[in-house]
Design a protein around this ligand. Structure first.
Ligand code: NAP
Length: 286
């Protein structure tokens, strides 16, 4: 029987530490606050926003919502973003993406204050990760993978890690984080040849592809520790990962489930970034 790497105890652990950090800030008269900028009413964004707000309330973080019209112009959006950047009462900023077409995300990445950029969209925060400096604001999904590996004491030094997917949101930053921990990292993508052989040879296999149940038994071996980053609509009203859990679970050493795996940790890490942002702002590290 493979080991199922559930997120629940990882989240409990993270929340216990975070509550302690928030209490210390409050003892010093500071209430952490997050600015949530949402354009329009995309159901995914509304669902994610509600989940963040609920978590904020449970943890003692003050959410401030900025809900903007779907057709807001770029100058008006920039004006609002600059106001939130400058507001000393807001410590972290989350912009729900993708944004409507008229808003140029590439430009906005350069305008968000890197010291408040808790979703790690600023090129400055991304560059730090690629320079091997993990002390700044880390993107939540790759950080969630690292938290699972850490919690379950999976040895990374010298391990062969294969990451399938090279997006700037998941695959690339995660590869840098694994490299920092001295794993030997291989990145696969849509043009990779012989992918089953490469994946089979991995100690740690991470799937961040965006294709439901793509990774099946031919990609794994009994030594594989499989981390599934995927969040897909399974078509039957349920959610599934990029790994075919049924086909793979009995063939590997350990595996994360979907739901109840990587995706469920990200909101807690977003809130952790708010506290980290406060400390970085104090140290003027960003
Ligand atoms: P993405 O931007 O679409 O990138 C997908 C990557 O997979 C690309 O690098 C692509 O290669 C690669 N790929 C696609 N088809 C492939 C194939 N047949 N063989 C090998 N590689 C292939 O997706 P993403 O944003 O990184 O997200 C990946 C998954 O993680 C999705 O399921 C998404 O829903 C999930 N996700 C979860 C969270 C969360 O937990 N909160 C957050 C973000 C994403 P090329 O570069 O060659 O095109």
């Amino acid at each position: 029987m493979s080991r199922i790497l559930e997120a629940k105890p990882v989240i409990q652990n993270l929340k216990a530490d975070l509550l302690q950090d928030i209490k210390s800030l409050k003892d010093r008269g500071q209430v952490p606050s997050i600015g949530l900028i949402r354009v329009g009413n995309r159901p995914d964004d509304v669902y994610y926003e509600n989940s963040i707000v609920k978590n904020c309330e449970n943890m003692g973080i003050r959410p401030q919502k900025f809900t903007l019209e779907e057709n807001i112009s770029m100058p008006d959006f920039i004006k609002l973003l600059r106001q939130v950047n400058a507001d000393p009462g807001i410590h972290g900023i989350m912009i729900f993406r993708p944004l409507p077409q008229q808003l140029d995300e590439e430009l906005l990445k350069h305008i968000i204050d890197p010291a408040k950029d808790i979703d790690c969209m600023s090129p400055l925060n991304q560059a730090r990760i690629f320079a091997g400096d993990m002390s700044g604001l880390l993107p939540c999904t790759p950080a969630a993978v690292m938290e699972i590996l850490k919690y379950y004491k999976i040895e990374l030094q010298g391990a062969k890690a294969v990451v399938v997917g090279r997006s700037m949101v998941v695959g690339k930053p995660l590869s840098m984080m694994l490299l920092k921990e001295n794993a030997t990292v291989t990145i696969c993508h849509s043009k990779t040849q012989n992918m089953p052989d490469i994946c089979k040879n991995a100690d740690i296999l991470v799937a961040a592809i965006g294709k439901p149940k793509f990774i099946d038994a031919k990609y794994v071996s009994p030594q594989s520790i499989v981390i599934d980053v995927g969040i897909n609509d399974a078509g039957d009203g349920k959610m599934c990962g990029d790994v075919d859990f049924q086909a793979v679970a009995e063939q590997v050493q350990a595996i994360t489930p979907v739901p109840g795996g990587v995706g469920s940790i990200t909101t807690t890490l977003l809130l952790k970034n708010v506290v980290k942002a406060i400390n970085l702002q104090k140290d003027q590290r960003v």
